[in-house]
Design a protein around this ligand. Structure first.
Ligand code: PMT
Length: 402
């Protein structure tokens, strides 16, 4: 969001106390932020706090000549590349749905040509009222983006939907609104994380994959307008905004989920570290040492798992299929062999012996390997940036094949 101009429009609800944190999060992400607020909002959060954080005067009145002199409300509406309405009260949503402009925020909302992201917050009964539902429907049909509200205990004492989303989630949604929409119409299916192959009721064979690489690809795809489906091995990472997540455990479960979702997909990326083998049998009960003869070892027989990537590639048709390869030596040659054997359109090789690369790191150093033998080495980059570069290459491939 480097240097992107975001206007945070604040209306009068208790959730306004979260706005300073939202503003800080947006500024930390590189955005230039200004705030406008209703008079009621200034009862909940001080304009001075927002002015100090943004470094810009905060407007709260439509007809104050001194404020109009600094930047008039139309210039403010024109200045914004995105307006984040947070909290969005039932009253302000209703005004926008009906084209009313009787205070600074509603006037700016009506005048702006920038996309609007609304983060509603209100009492659960107000949220569920048919009038609010209808207003939201109108706003969404006109392209207003919304995030939340979340369910939980409300400041008014009621329980239910009505809490404003957390500042980090609103900032992530803001980033999506500003992103290019170049993946609109694509359905991106991504596998992430490691698989766990059950040995008995408590043990499994697993690997060190955290899911970070695959989650970053799904997040980036959603941010750029794709429908993103994430088939995730066991991982504690939060589901990225706008991504549909399917949790799986073993390689067989991952294969079932990937196969079921592949029909509707246009792009599939296998970033998961799938176990090549699983125990031929897994005990429903815990295997106990005392059940074995004294000093005896335990031998596990392993059988091969299906190769999901190879299976998907065999039936890919018009789809673009991408594989990953985590290698510790002879990386390029091994990656070229894998690409040919598995039949995918592009292979992303990462050298796991390098520092801050591969498993569980926030960065990755990758080489793109193409079917014609060409390679393209990238510098060490945050996994989110690797994801962006990968999707750029995929879109180029799709453009060329049409
Ligand atoms: O999750 P992180 O901690 O962020 O780590 C990211 C990563 C290192 C796991 C990721 O960048 C990566 O390299 N994933 C592939 C891991 C791997 O070693 O794959 P492989 O060489 O075993 O398999 C090659 C390709 O075939 C992969 O796309 C894999 O998903 C796929 N495969 C493998 C075996 C199998 N039975 N079915 C498959 O589909």
């Amino acid at each position: 969001m480097e240097q992107r101009r975001i206007l945070v429009a604040v209306t009068g609800g208790i959730a306004a106390y979260k706005v300073p944190e939202l503003v800080r999060t947006l500024i930390r992400a590189g955005a230039v932020v200004r705030c406008a607020m209703t008079r009621e909002a200034s009862e909940f959060v001080s304009p001075m706090v927002l002015q100090t954080l943004t470094g810009h005067p905060v407007r709260d009145h439509l007809f104050d000549p001194s404020q109009e002199g600094e930047i008039d409300h139309i210039s403010l509406a024109d200045w914004a590349e995105l307006v984040v309405l947070a909290p969005a009260t039932a009253n302000t949503l209703a005004k926008l749905a009906h084209g009313l402009a009787d205070d600074l925020v509603s006037a700016v909302l009506l005048a702006t040509r920038a996309p609007i992201l609304a983060a509603p917050a209100m009492n659960v009964n107000m949220w569920e009222h048919p009038a609010t539902r209808a207003n939201l429907e109108v706003l969404r049909s006109r392209g207003v983006h919304t995030i939340g509200p979340e369910a939980g205990e409300l400041a008014c004492g009621w329980e239910g939907l009505g809490r404003m989303s957390q500042p980090e989630a609103i900032a992530a949604a803001a980033e999506s609104c500003l992103a290019p929409n170049d993946l609109a119409g694509e359905v991106v299916l991504v596998s992430a994380g490691g698989t766990q192959e059950p040995v008995d009721a408590v043990r499994y064979l697993g690997n060190r994959s955290s899911g970070k690489m695959g989650f970053a690809i799904a997040a980036e795809a959603a941010r750029r307008g794709a429908r993103a489906v994430l088939v995730a091995g066991p991982s504690s990472l939060p589901t990225p905004a706008g991504v549909r997540r399917i949790d799986v455990g073993s390689a067989l479960e991952m294969r079932d989920a990937m196969t079921a979702e592949f029909d509707a997909a246009t792009i599939a990326v296998m970033a998961a570290a799938v176990a090549d083998f699983r125990p031929s049998q897994s005990s429903q009960r815990k295997i106990k040492k005392e059940d074995l003869p004294d000093g005896a070892g335990l031998t596990l027989e392993l059988v091969p798992n299906p190769d999901i990537l190879a299976e998907l590639s065999r039936t890919k048709g018009e789809r673009t299929v991408v594989g990953f390869a985590a290698e510790s030596h002879d990386m390029i040659e091994a990656a070229r062999r894998k690409l040919t054997r598995k039949g995918c359109d592009l292979l992303v090789a990462n050298d796991i012996t390098q520092q801050a690369s591969g498993f569980d790191s926030d960065t990755n150093t990758v080489v793109f390997v193409w079917p014609d033998g060409q390679i393209e080495q990238l510098a060490s980059l945050p996994k989110r940036e690797v994801a962006a570069q990968l999707l750029d290459r995929v879109m180029k491939l799709r453009g060329e094949s049409q």
